[in-house]
Design a protein around this ligand. Sequence first.
Ligand SMILES: [Zn+2]
Length: 884
Amino acid sequence: MIRAYSKTNVPMKKLFLLAVCLFSLLGLTAQNISFTQPSDFFGFEPGSDRNLFNYEQLIEYLQKLDGESDRIHMEEIGQSPLGKPMYIAFISSDENISNLEKMKKVNRELALNPTLDPATLKEMTSEGKVFVLATLSMHSTEVAPSQSSPLIAYDLASTKDPKKLEWLSNVVYMMVPCHNPDGMNMIAQNYQKYKDTQYEGASLAGVYHKYVGHNINRDFVTLSQSDNQAIARIYNLDWYPQVMVEKHQMGSTGPRYFVPPNHDPIAENVPAGIFHWGGVFGQHMATDMTSEGLAGVSQHYIFDDYWPGSTETCIWKNVIGFLTEAASVKTASPIYVEPTELRVGGKGLSEYKKSINMLEPWKGGWWRLGDIVEYEVSSTMSIIKTASLYREDILEFRNKMCREQVELGKTEAPYYYIMPEDQHDQGELVNLVNLMKEHGIEIFTLGEDVIHQNQLHRAGDVVIPLSQAFRPFIKEVMETQVFPERHYTPGGELIRPYDIASWSLPLHRHVASHEIKVRSTDLESKLKLHEGTYSLNDGGVSEAAAVVLPVNSNESFRAAFHALASGLKVQRLKEEVQLGGKSFSKGSFILYKGSKKKAWEALMESLPFEPTPLLDKRAFASTQLELPRIALVETFFHDMDAGWTRYIFDTYHIPFTVLNPGDFKDKNLAENFDVIIFPDSDKETLMSGKRKRGGSYYQGSYHPDYVKGIGKEGMEKLMSFSDQGGIIVSWGRSVKLLEGMQKIKRGDEEEEFSLPFRDISADLSKAGLYIPGSLVRVNLIEDHPLTLGMPESFGVFSRGRPVFSTSVPIFDMDRRVIGSYPEKKVLMSGYAAEEEKMGNKAAMIWMKKGKGQFVLIGFNPQFRASTQGSYKLLFNSILLEKID
Ligand SMILES: [Zn+2]
């Protein structure tokens, strides 16, 4: 990770200090004269109507201020997915800024050391400072937090207000001025493009991120995106701030501002004190902002603290973390809200009226970017003030959390999670262990075999003891999720989760893990701390001319696709083979070194496990691996599931072409592609570019250039593609495209048909089936090209739709049910109401019509890059052999 000081301007700073002395001699104050005002720099007042600066301008301004002020210090923290440098600005008293490295060590001790002696602890809490991390505008359409940051930085750098100076002596404000630099520029550019036209304020066509758009805030367990890795590292491994706030915007017609506490459900594993402290910050914000005349502050509304996945996931790591949300405008253009348009809806507030959690409802009228900026500045000052007021208490609290969690890990089950080295997919064990290290978790291995409670654990098995400061996080992501059912009234409506309900790393990755509920000193005596990157490949580069990689592992697919992309020869076994004491199932890969020594070496080193060398010249029955030409369908409407699919394909070295629904009618699909993939997307959006509610269509806020769908002609092209031997893979709502009557045109001839399936999920939902996003069990058929490398039974991520029923086919059609839900115990992790309604129903089907093939999947095989257990179903789908 990059860690560079941006103090190339130190000489400038010296000159500046000299200037300060001179000015002082002349009786002038440097503060007024030499700090660059934001409005002078940007050419407009940040927050003024219809004005936005971009990411480079923002950073340039803060760097300029860093050069001018001893109260600011900027550091590079990593890179965005499109390669932009990311920064954090430390803002505090000049004394604190010159002491950052020392205070960083204090933070670390307070966060991680459970055995500080009372005198040292006292010294640390009385001299330490509260570090408040603020991450701004990760959701790039929510522009105000980043746009307000120069004003906050300037104010804190130049203030002579004794109150604020006291805050700065007690607090180090760590501002990440923009969490999503790529998106910030996309949105600023898009705004500029339509400014002064009839389409001013039009939404961006596509996601405001390289891949994941709004889902950037669903990634803080998985840490797949480089911007999130940079942010998480701040609280997992580097700076251990005691307080964190992520700054957002919400809808336009509800409350003006949201501050903590959040609503139920809340995480069982997070200690009460974290929520209490979040409430303290929220209460201060509500009080301070309201007294400054800012109406419409709400609490205890919509947003819950149940699911870890947002930046706020740091609350599982003893950070007092929370979010704020401001009502939005049209990017930077003002809006007028009619009083009759004001509404609330959702957890906590049912009427837009004075309530204990919205004491001064906003009355409607004009709402401008400048209003949001004012709320942002006010809430930020309140957070810094609160941190200053409770400085010692907060620092004491942080170490108390550490001591309590370490102690709980010794006195309360579970005590350890043990993951055998021998796994169905060893690569996923390696990836899981390294992910936990990225989360700041200590990993151990067993130095020798241990029998504990009649179970043999072998030397080399991975052990994660719960007796660690970040115990809440370990437990949360290693256990099976059981949803905390709460109701609004006794026996009344269930309080539903804000997001999903399952995230268990071992279950989502199909990695075997044992939860140990009885402590063992014998086992503890055999633990060895693992340092550095975890890998099961320590053999260096194989001398053999070829190696075999098991089809069971996602990493074998990654290596095989990478090898193809590097020009190496790859084959797949047509039958099971025994080699080097291991069994390689049908579909396993043989990679040949050939003449590409460098590519070969890089590939061998990148493997997380040892490849098995192919030393003899035995001829195995095998086929050549070739990648099909893939089209991935992505709409212009913030299509996050398609974005995640692009991310998976890029990281597994699978080439593809993005196809927009509007492109279908003018493309000869059969000539250009072998496989067309439809990720989860609404059928009406795919067909027309519009949304259908009730019987009517509605248009989103997109420029008409982008409001296009597949249409009737496009659908004919798709069916013609299938008729000529194309393969269509579809999951989630998009399977609806293929339901019911279809038409193939061959010259003047037309054939109508309907595929032998139906999506029955609407019926099941009416009958009470409700799954907010949980892991459910699927049983697969054996010995089918789509199930190569898969276990017989495993968990898939489901939202309860679609669920298939198939029928006995007619004419040249056929079908096979590839996977189905078991009769009982469908739910593996999360929440499901009436789960048995899915029992014995089809979860994944294969169909054919003539030479065309269809793979329909009732779950998201690559959900937010967090369901590694089902990736191979996607890989197998694209590698399906064509029908001659
Ligand atoms: Zn947001």
